[in-house]
Design a protein around this ligand. Structure first.
Ligand SMILES: Cc1cc2nc3c(=O)[nH]c(=O)nc-3n(C[C@H](O)[C@H](O)[C@H](O)COP(=O)(O)OP(=O)(O)OC[C@H]3O[C@@H](n4cnc5c(N)ncnc54)[C@H](O)[C@@H]3O)c2cc1C
Length: 426
């Protein structure tokens, strides 16, 4: 089958790679360069055990408080747009324990045995850097620590073996932590990668198997025959297609409109900064949880990532927020002085959805067009599972039952009204 994948980030490239392995003739359209979007400067965590939605209990109040501070982890820039207001309302409605737990469960189930796929990719010659050191959620406050223990049953049921470390136990585990840290939760099976190596690694391996990766080629239009997409119009001519996969990260929202579909995806801008020589050595990837900053050791280097800014497609780095990321580890680490990093901060747009779950399924009423996007904070983590789902949909023309929580049509007005009713009844 001639399959055209739109978008050369981790989701598009993982999908293209898995499709060509099944013998399909695959073309990838990438408006810029492979891996140049959100997939580049991420924290690189492969973290099913920590894949709960952003919309968590207490986040509405916390978010309002944060809005008063320019350097807070969350910023919501006001915008007079109905879809944007709908998105924010949808997020606010889901800031409760039931939705949070359902989201975490769905993400863990989708992830499934993806660690094996990451291993398989390396064995097959996909070149990317990966470390299997686990990850530590460090928490300053006793309340926060106890709150995090609540949802560990879901993680435990999935066989991810969380280890709760209170008091000095957490410092024995990670000697760099300060006395201010109340406790931590260690997930031993989690991993991390150097994220800018994954999409290019997959692209090289996909090209070696015959995938045509067309960089600087943007999707511009769709040619249809009834319910089937027959070709795509691009900045570099027309490309025939038997099946189409829209995997353009945050830009999926705009491109889906070419297919006559509206999807609630908003850019959630995040930053990362890197020290070529880590000022403090961490044993594993670590979350400085209350500051919403994470640290990823990458060989001798250390990358810090954080901040969530709903400010449309504005790519600029706000120096106040970048400085807040550098201060993030201060209370958590004994010897952290927030030194200047070696390079300017990188910014990327997370493709956020109101429930923080990906959008994977059929694209509108088309028989042969699919969407794989909206991965928010977890696109690296979910790349293998998404690619497997894409292969199944393309080959069978059906959407498997396990993708129900990720259905593109789950955000309708009927859903909003039902949620408002449930909230009133609480
Ligand atoms: C600071 C930060 C830290 C993060 N940390 C993690 C983490 O630790 N773990 C994790 O799992 N996730 C993390 N993420 C999230 C992750 O980066 C995203 O979920 C993921 O990269 C999304 O991948 P994608 O392929 O969908 O999108 P992208 O990588 O953005 O790729 C989409 C591609 O589509 C292309 N495109 C756009 N328009 C067109 C067009 N018209 N035609 C053709 N192509 C087009 C773009 O050029 C782009 O290359 C982080 C994100 C940020 C910002």
């Amino acid at each position: 089958m001639r399959v055209v994948v739109i978008g050369g980030g981790v989701i598009g490239m993982a999908s293209a790679y898995e499709l060509v392995k099944q013998g399909h003739e695959v073309t990838v359209l990438e408006a810029g360069t492979v891996g140049g979007g959100a997939s580049r400067g991420t924290a690189g965590w492969i973290c099913p055990a920590d894949s709960g939605p952003v919309a968590a209990p207490g986040m509405v109040l916390q978010g309002l408080r944060w809005m008063l501070h320019a350097d807070s982890p969350l910023r919501i820039r006001p915008r007079a747009s109905l879809p944007y207001l709908g998105f924010l309302l949808g997020m606010a409605q889901r800031c409760n324990a039931d939705d949070f737990r359902a989201g975490l469960r769905a993400n863990i189930a989708l992830f499934g045995d993806s660690m094996e796929t990451f291993d398989a990719w390396q064995q097959e010659g996909v070149a990317f850097e990966m470390q299997a050191d686990g990850l530590l959620i460090a928490l300053l406050g006793r309340d926060n620590y106890e709150h995090h223990l609540h949802d560990l049953d879901i993680v435990r049921d999935a066989g991810l073996d969380p280890v709760a470390l209170e008091g000095d136990a957490v410092r024995e585990h990670e000697p760099a932590l300060s006395d201010r840290v109340h406790g931590g939760i260690f997930f031993p099976h989690e991993r991390h990668i150097r994220s800018e190596t994954l999409a290019p690694g997959l692209a090289a391996a996909a090209r070696a198997r015959g995938v045509e990766v067309r960089e600087r080629t943007a999707l511009e239009g769709v040619v249809r025959d009834g319910r089937r997409v027959t070709a795509l119009r691009t900045s570099d001519g027309r490309i025939p297609a038997d099946a189409v996969v829209l995997a353009a990260g945050v830009w999926t929202e705009r491109l889906a409109r070419l297919f006559g579909v509206r999807l609630p995806i908003e850019p959630g801008k995040g930053y990362s900064v890197e020290y070529a020589q880590a000022p403090v050595r961490l044993r594993s990837a670590t979350s400085f949880t209350e500051r919403k900053v994470v640290g990823t050791p990458l060989g001798n280097a250390l990358r810090l990532a954080g901040t969530m800014e709903f400010a449309g497609y504005d790519p600029t780095v706000d120096p106040v927020r970048a400085a807040a990321i550098l201060r993030g580890p201060a209370e958590f680490l004994r010897d952290w002085t927030a030194p200047e990093p070696d390079a300017p901060a990188w910014a990327g747009f997370r493709p956020m959805t109101p429930d923080s779950l990906s959008i994977i399924g059929r694209l509108g009423a088309h028989d042969n067009a699919y969407v794989a996007s909206g991965h928010g904070m977890f696109g690296i983590t979910m790349a293998p599972a998404t690619a497997r789902a894409v292969v199944t949909m393309v080959e069978t023309g059906r959407v498997p039952a396990h993708l129900a929580p990720f259905a593109p049509d789950r955000f309708g007005a009927r859903d909003t009204v039902a949620r408002l009713r449930r909230l009133r009844a609480r």
